[in-house]
Design a binder for this molecule. Structure first.
Ligand code: OAD
Length: 249
């Protein structure tokens, strides 16, 4: 099926010429790599409570339960490969002089596809962070032999280096994301339900600052009324079409 890019075409020459593009991605972008999204049928939060698995309180109460959930997700991430949507974002970096990729995803698939420096708002599931001394290390290639794992330096509990509900986003990443959104000429919101703050506010910030906002998602989300155009199909189809139209290899 071919995607009609007409609403975006008027901005292509500006973007090629150096006007800034920013994009915010969410779990929908990795869905076609076989990683479950969070909300909706089959989502990670179906039959599970985020409060029991993705908060500092849950971790303090039952670190083994929380780690089992993250080890299970890590195995899925280890087995996943970037899809055409991830590859299209990486290809675009080759033709757009100013492009900022902001992601809520913690799976590292944008980097695996070749995106040079995506802003990871919610951390990365394939890193461990010590709850005590704060040391961050890359996760081992295999699951831990015993749970919960402890820091080799200070013996405190290790946790996945992700942002949990109730925690603030890494300040530097958030500042960069806000700046990129507000400075963008075109802002793409791709594969996110746009319900988790503060990431969900980036599209609004961009639109208020004058960006042309587009949503790429098979389903409408709360950001849709602000969008100048919507593409109601998969991220891989639309992003590949955009990369091809811009001559990205
Ligand atoms: P959600 O699961 O909330 O939303 C995924 C979105 O992707 C939905 O709107 C789907 O319609 C859409 N979608 C599904 N398949 C798609 C495809 N092939 N192409 C394009 N879109 C598709 O995931 P996020 O919005 O990323 O936070 O969730 C935001 C945050 O909530 C996550 O980062 C996580 C979660 O709880 C934390 O863990 C802190």
């Amino acid at each position: 099926m071919s995607v009609d890019l007409a609403p975006l075409v008027p901005y292509f020459s500006d973007l090629r010429g150096g006007r800034p593009l920013a994009a915010l991605t969410g779990a929908g972008v990795s869905a076609e790599s076989g990683l479950p999204t969070f909300r909706g049928a089959g989502g990670l939060w179906e039959g599970r409570r985020a409060e029991d698995l993705a908060t500092a309180e849950a971790f303090a109460n039952d670190p083994v339960k929380v780690w089992r959930f993250y080890e299970w997700r890590r195995e899925k991430v280890r087995a996943a490969r970037p899809n055409e949507a991830h590859l299209a974002f990486a290809r675009l970096e080759g033709v757009l002089p100013r492009m900022t990729l902001i992601t809520q995803n913690v799976d590292g698939l944008h980097q695996a596809a070749g995106s040079r420096r995506p802003i990871e708002l919610h951390g990365n599931i394939m890193r461990d962070r010590c709850r005590g001394c704060g040391t961050v290390t890359a996760a081992a290639p295999a699951p831990f032999a015993t749970l919960p794992p402890r820091c080799p330096l200070c013996s405190e509990l290790l946790r996945p280096d992700v942002v949990w509900f109730g925690e603030v986003l890494p300040a530097g990443s958030w500042h960069e994301a806000e700046t990129a959104a507000e400075g963008s000429a075109v802002f793409l919101v791709v594969g996110t339900s746009s319900v988790v703050a503060p990431a969900s506010s980036l599209g609004l910030l961009a639109a208020r600052a004058g960006a042309h906002l587009f949503e790429i998602n098979p389903e409408a989300t709360p950001i849709a009324p602000l969008a100048e155009g919507v593409f109601r199909t998969s991220a891989s189809e639309v992003m590949s079409a955009i990369a091809n139209a811009l001559g990205a290899r």
